[in-house]
Design a protein around this ligand. Sequence first.
Ligand SMILES: Cc1cc2nc3c(=O)[nH]c(=O)nc-3n(C[C@H](O)[C@H](O)[C@H](O)COP(=O)(O)O)c2cc1C
Length: 214
Amino acid sequence: MIIDLSLVGMEKGQQYEAIITTVDDKGNKNAAPIGIICKEKDKILCRIFEGSTTLNNIVLNEEFIVNITTNPCFFTFSTIGNIPENFFMESDSNLPILNGVDAYIKCKVINVKSTFKKTIPNEKPSEAKIILSDVEEIILNNKCAKAANRGFYSLIESLVNFTRIDKVDNEKKEYFIDRFKESQRIINKVGSNEEKKAIDFLGETLINKGYKID
Ligand SMILES: Cc1cc2nc3c(=O)[nH]c(=O)nc-3n(C[C@H](O)[C@H](O)[C@H](O)COP(=O)(O)O)c2cc1C
């Protein structure tokens, strides 16, 4: 069995968005979107805020599943509340897995460290835990499985806005510039080197057109 996170499109040092599924001591299944940082081809790191069910369950069981999916409803349901029971797979595994995901990764905790992390840029940091885990198994349901990355979606939004910016009034131009800056912030935080190059190039193009972006 090959354990290499590049099988799901993850590169060392990059952050991706996935859905972590866990279980509590009463057998209740839980799902939540969490940022996954690829540390090595067989190691991941996540930073999870205190108070979340996911964190409690991970600390309790020291194992969890990372579901690789781009299913919009899985992300939405698990953000707003929980994912209904019938969206979980029937399986003999002691850990819950989402139905029909492109891939899922079985993880075992190596260590948990305390930290402070900002929920929102420029806000006061909140208590969180940094969880380093070993990847024990990668199950590919779709050989083209690719973990979601916010950088790429942010870049696409910026490009769409770029095609419209010359055609709108000043208020909307300002809105597009604000959106550009936010995309730039996201890409610089979680994007790939290629996405960083692309957003810099877009920024230079906006400046050359006479827009002020700093
Ligand atoms: C795309 C996305 C990524 C997220 N990443 C994280 C993260 O890395 N760490 C974290 O603590 N919360 C993160 N969240 C917020 C949690 O998913 C959210 O607080 C959730 O309600 C926690 O659910 P739980 O209490 O069932 O664990 C993220 C949310 C979204 C939508």
